[in-house]
Design a protein around this ligand. Structure first.
Ligand SMILES: [Mg+2]
Length: 331
């Protein structure tokens, strides 16, 4: 786990997706109009229901959770979020955006032979990852196999630590629209943001550093690279975190959750069913609101997402809904 100590790094790169008026919480949400008949909660809820990409199985339950969280106040709130395809975009201009692993795999740091092998792994294992007919238990060993093989290939490439910033700079990685408000607003209200990722911590940190949102309230649990004294990758550190073992990862990081024991209300953001376990280490949890991004294979997976996440955002490339929620919870 890393805690960011660098408050602000010099501007290196702004994500192309965030070009104007970054303080606006909801880029395409309707303007708020005063209605004396409605309570602030009703106004807020009507507003989020207008998002066409938002789906809920149990609207009353979502209302109940939100009201209870608001009553408890923002001092009891913590946010736990996945990174790849949750805080980052899934698609941009019709093209798939890269994950942390993809950023490295597509960079100059990797030979073409290795790229080919990594692509073969992706072709074999990604269909398994998103297969709605397989259980998590069935997928788990195969996901470990995928991650382990990919990490072995990367280690053999003798990647240099010094080249990571360039790999990120040259990549097509993009945080979702509205990211600036999301990161800045949480930081301004001293709300802890835990980014819990099966990606690569070093790359993830570089993405948020280059977009200037690596604020002091951000902590990261992820797979970190281990470099030798000459700055060459020799291994990955610690226990492997993959897409379906976030529960174990959460339980290994009890120290973090112990520090946040007064933060008993959780906003969880994810894009995989494995992300639902990210809050398993939270102590004395009172409420949890789970927002899930459903990016791919929508028809096959819609029902399972609706059954598991309180709010499902279908093919939504923005953080507008999470932003509306955090704005409401901090008002
Ligand atoms: Mg993800």
């Amino acid at each position: 786990m890393r805690k960011n100590k660098n408050k602000r790094q010099p501007a290196k790169r702004k994500a192309a997706s965030q070009t104007q008026n970054s303080k606006r919480p909801c880029s395409d949400s309707p303007k708020r109009t005063e209605n004396p008949q409605l309570t602030p909660f009703e106004i807020f809820f009507k507003e989020i229901e207008k998002f066409s990409k938002l789906h809920m199985k149990d609207r009353d339950r979502v209302q109940e959770i939100l009201q209870s969280m608001q009553k408890a106040g923002s001092k009891t709130l913590q946010v736990i979020s996945d990174f790849d395809m949750t805080l980052t975009r899934f698609e941009y201009n019709g093209k798939r955006c890269p994950t942390c692993h993809n950023i490295l795999e597509r960079s100059d740091a990797i030979s073409s032979d290795c790229k080919k092998k990594l692509q073969e792994l992706l072709d074999k294992y990604y269909p398994i990852e998103i297969d709605s007919t397989l259980s998590v238990e069935e997928k788990l060993p195969l996901m470990v196999e995928w991650w382990t093989k990919a990490h072995e290939l990367l280690v053999n490439q003798k990647i240099k630590k010094a080249g990571l910033a360039k790999a990120v700079k040259d990549s097509e990685a993009k945080l979702r629209d509205g990211y600036q408000y999301f990161f800045d607003h949480l930081n301004e209200h001293s709300i802890p943001l835990l980014i819990f990722s099966a990606g690569i911590g070093d790359i993830l940190e570089e993405v948020i550093r280059q977009t200037e949102v690596f604020h002091p309230n951000v902590k990261v649990i992820s797979n970190y690279m281990d470099f030798d004294e000459s700055g060459v990758l020799k291994a990955f550190k610690g226990e492997l975190i993959h897409i379906y073992n976030k529960k174990e990862g959460a339980l290994l990081n009890t120290g973090h959750f112990q520090e946040l024991r007064t933060r008993t209300n959780v906003l969880l953001l994810g894009d995989s069913l494995g992300d639902l376990n990210m809050a398993d280490g939270v102590q004395d949890m009172e409420n949890i609101l789970k927002i899930g991004f459903l990016n791919d294979k929508v028809e096959e997976r819609k029902q399972s997402y609706l059954d598991s996440y309180d709010i499902v955002l279908i093919k939504d490339e923005t953080l507008d809904v999470p932003n509306a929620v955090i704005r409401f919870l901090t008002e």
